[in-house]
Design a binder for this molecule. Sequence first.
Ligand SMILES: *Cc1c(COP(=O)(O)O)cnc(C)c1O
Length: 424
Amino acid sequence: MRYVSTRGGGGELSLSDALLAGLAPDRGLFVPREVPRLGPSPGKDASLHQAAQWVLEPFFQGDALAPALGELLREAFTFGAAVVPTRQPGVGVLELFHGPTAAFKDFAARFLAAAFRRLLQGARRTTMLVATSGDTGSAVGAAFHRVPGVRVAILYPEGRVSQRQAHQLGSFGDNVHALVVKGTFDECQGLVKRALGDAALRAREPLASANSVSLGRLLPQMAYYARAALAHRGAGPLNFAVPTGNLGNAFACLLARAAGAPIGEVLLATNANRALADYAAGQGYAARPAVATLANAMDVGDASNFERLAWLRALPAGAQVLGEWVDDETIRARIAEGEARYGQVFCPHTACAIEAIERRRRAGDTRDWCAVATAHPAKFEGVVEPLVGHPVPLPAALGEMLARPSRAEPLANDDAALRAWLLA
Ligand SMILES: *Cc1c(COP(=O)(O)O)cnc(C)c1O
């Protein structure tokens, strides 16, 4: 399988080269030259590793990493991704928060780290650049902590991540640096994108991307959708409501479906940053400045993976997609009644998916739905605990991380400052 840019320039690359490059030379995003067809299904009882192997193999075909795919999965996917039933008939929750930083990004960040450990052997020191609205940075920091030959620079917007998220970001030390920027997430992302697009800078200091635009983040996320869809025992295929910000996680679901995984509807559930929900509802895509919401990891005004969705939807098979946006008041309501109605405490992001499914139900949709739980509610205790009226116990790994000291360096919100930091 070869990879091309969504913008059509720059020729074709192998998967390994596309992983190392991060962004395509014309600043587009890498996509497979064509959507591959999956091989014979591993069946309803496939493990996460088996489902992952099945869905990833065609995307790795012919690449130097292909023989290591099984090893990468064993190294990266060391925790589960179960669909748990709820008290509402036909509504399950895909729990993606059992990794070290208690958010779904652990799957992809650890897979990317396992891949980079192999790809960078014997290379010059490389800096992984990552902009984060909260959870990406800690997942990438945890995954690359003490990986030889790699330095990690995490940029995050001051005051726009939860206290626990901020603490986590600065808690790694060693080769992992937290840089706090006075600005929005979109501005942090802009700084990273421009640095990655600066060929002269990259010649002096090798850079790589760990943002959700990286193929190494995108592809492994197909695994848990494939596994959940295969395991589903119901009248029709399983439909997914995915909390969405930069569209990395949800796009992986769409790509797995396009390749032939038995996935039904894909519903993009956004917070008040509604550009994607409006697009799914048939309006044009209009990026806007990000607004701050309770579901802060989705406070994205211009989804960095949108170009991939536009690419997929332009293919003959297209990609139907649904969307709903959810305001803060409704997020609060879904969290507050989560235990009574579902037997679950939801994080603010997951609450958006729950609300989206409830709207389907109210519109008469009786099919089986799966809400994707993107983070553990204990990561957002400031929002969640007052609403549910009791403390939410921390997962053990998160507790250990929060017990460590934490340190962040301020970084001015301009390209020259980041450049100077990288070259210092
Ligand atoms: C990152 C994140 C999201 C958004 O994921 P995208 O891939 O950017 O759409 C949703 N929920 C949580 C908890 C996150 O950390």
